[in-house]
Design a protein around this ligand. Structure first.
Ligand SMILES: [Zn+2]
Length: 595
């Protein structure tokens, strides 16, 4: 074959491949986000992220909106409908659009025209024209007239039955959808009443004085403290604390102070970092004054970390102090000393997922801690603590011994430290493989491949697997929740301002796993971490109730879509004074919160 022909063939094949790919791309684009029932972000370039030129609107047709700021005067007038009903219709229409389009592959046929906000295109899903689907279901409007009167009437009846309220993030008050105070508020979210924070207050003007906390349509919170004797557990309900502070009113903070106050000889603390909460600091100072020895281990990076600005205050209180700085290994120095535990008088251990910060101690984040009265378990933690205090961190530590199946009054407890004990591969994955009824996981992250694979297999053999992950961390590069969702495992991304910061797994009314270790490769193989496996029926049932309560509060649409952690979708995030998505901008300065 001559050279020219070869070159031609090569170019021709490349050409074909290019067009095949273009064709494929143009014809199967995934819907990433529903902005309104007729406006979406569609992944045209296949990078799974919404880009600037990927906002698409249907031509000539609109729908309803739950946004109380939208001007619906004419629509209300022409159809003789109260605004309240239109907002409820908006809620239904948005939900319908999510169910029909979100995460689905669609065909996009551009009309060639653009508006200032979007490119106009018709959408085809499962071989059907989306606009036609919208019309058939009563959600399409043209010139303020519903396009299918019969279907519209049915949806209107449904909408009237919804219990819609408007929550003002700033003062935690909720309103009827047509309340002028709701409209005047800058920072609101449209919710079903049962999704409200339990402590939200009804607006007296529009809702009267009798719809407060005794209203059973607001989901009643479940107990957050359980256990007695030698093991107690404390959980924080982040759906109820929409702003962090330094008040120490959470059950977790109060219990930490109480335990410090009861200590007479030693407090050993292995903590990731320190942000001042005066009640805890005062309690530690008093302990020191009465002669208690305080020993401390933290991560190296803490003095520079803006989230933990008060490390000097805690190191000043410590009689002995060490970080995981390793002069011979930058790598080991960069691994995290991620524990959050305290040992009181060498016989009681407090441990869990909570960091010593405003967002942790105030109960703004969802965390779990346990307190264990057991000399045996305290000794295991003390050995680990003293290894770190002597300068052995991360891969330089010794594997644990006598750490399994420790019998307490009503529980059997095993203790694992990272990275030496390889808790995910050796303990968590086998437990997942043995699960029979359910596995519920409230967690900050899930990036561990082996764990994700085991969960998918569990789901396939009929185990009820449910996962709640944090909104901020759902954008992480290695997150496995997309893979899990694709394999049919229900994963909800939480939509509250505080972080879902637990690292917990509950199995079959039998096992509860919790601690500082994230379900990640770093958590298992690099960082200093601790994890508890607790075999106790009451414990597991208690935690299961909490999980189900949070699960119900998070709308089903977050089974499919992820969330901007700092946006009106994330309840409270635009008024909490926190940089929820770590982009350096807070509340109304953040693009996600701008109206
Ligand atoms: Zn009101």
């Amino acid at each position: 074959m001559n050279k020219k022909l070869l070159t031609f063939l090569f170019v021709f094949i490349a050409f074909c491949l290019f067009f095949a790919e273009e064709y494929f791309r143009l014809n199967s684009n995934v819907v990433l986000k529903i902005l309104t029932p007729t406006m979406f972000q569609i992944d045209l370039n296949g990078n799974r992220k919404p880009d600037d030129n990927e906002t698409i609107c249907l031509p000539d047709v609109t729908s309803y909106t739950s946004n109380i700021k939208a001007d619906v005067t004419e629509l209300a007038f022409k159809n003789k409908l109260p605004e309240k009903d239109l907002i409820a219709l908006g809620y239904l229409a948005e939900d319908f659009a999510s169910k029909t389009l979100l995460d689905k592959e669609v065909k996009v046929n551009f009309t060639g025209e653009n508006t200032s906000q979007c490119r106009l295109a018709n959408i085809n899903v499962n071989g059907k024209d989306y606009r036609e689907i919208l019309t058939q279901n009563g959600f399409a409007i043209k010139n303020n007239i519903p396009q299918n009167q019969e279907a519209f009437s049915q949806q209107l009846e449904k909408a009237k039955g919804l219990d819609i309220v408007i929550l003002n993030h700033r003062n935690n008050k909720y309103h009827s959808p047509d309340c002028k105070y709701a409209k005047a508020a800058r920072d609101t979210v449209t919710l079903l009443r049962r999704q409200l924070p339990y402590n939200a207050m009804p607006c007296k003007v529009c809702l009267g004085e009798n719809t407060g906390s005794d209203d059973d349509t607001i989901l009643k919170p479940v107990p957050t403290i359980s256990g007695a004797g030698d093991i107690q557990i404390y959980l924080t309900d982040f759906t109820n604390r929409l702003k962090p502070d330094t008040s120490c009113i959470s059950n977790i903070c109060q219990t930490i102070v109480k335990n410090i106050d009861e200590t007479s000889e030693t407090i050993d603390m292995a903590i990731y970092g320190w942000e001042s909460v005066p009640a805890v600091e005062n309690s530690l100072s008093k302990a020191k004054e009465r002669g208690v020895t305080i020993r401390l281990v933290t991560d190296t990076k803490i003095p520079q970390d803006k989230h933990y600005p008060d490390s000097e205050k805690i190191t000043a209180l410590a009689d002995e102090y060490r970080t995981d700085f390793n002069p011979e290994s930058k790598l080991l120095t960069n691994y995290l000393m991620h524990n959050k535990f305290m040992i009181f008088d060498g016989k009681k251990v407090l441990t869990g997922s909570m960091n010593f910060s405003r967002t942790g101690l105030s109960g703004f984040n969802a965390n779990s801690i346990v307190i264990i009265n057991s000399v045996h378990i305290a000794e295991l933690y003390k050995k680990e603590f003293e290894e770190m205090l002597s300068g052995k961190f991360h891969t330089n530590k010794q594997p644990s011994e006598y750490n399994k199946n420790i019998q307490l009054c009503t529980s059997i407890v095993s203790v694992y430290f990272s990275p030496q004990d390889k808790a995910i591969s050796r303990e968590i994955v086998p437990l997942i493989n043995k699960a029979e009824k359910y596995i519920y996981i409230p967690t900050f992250v899930l990036t561990h491949q082996g764990m994700a694979d085991a969960l998918i297999n569990a789901k396939k053999r009929g185990v009820d697997v449910k996962i709640i992950i944090d909104g901020t961390s759902s954008t992480q590069l290695h997150t496995k929740h997309h893979t899990l969702r694709t394999a049919g495992v229900p994963v909800k991304v939480e939509n509250y301002a505080g972080k879902m910061h637990m690292k917990t797994m509950i199995i079959d009314d039998k096992y509860t796993i919790l601690g500082s270790m994230n379900f990640s490769n770093s958590g298992e193989n690099r960082n200093d971490e601790n994890m508890l496996l607790i075999e106790d029926k009451n414990f597991a049932e208690f935690y299961k109730d909490y999980f189900n309560y949070i699960w119900v509060k998070i709308p089903d649409k977050y089974l499919k879509t992820d969330i901007r952690a700092e946006s009106p979708d994330s309840i409270g995030s635009c008024s909490d004074g926190v940089d929820n998505d770590h982009d350096g901008k807070i509340d109304n300065l953040d693009d996600g919160c701008k109206p």
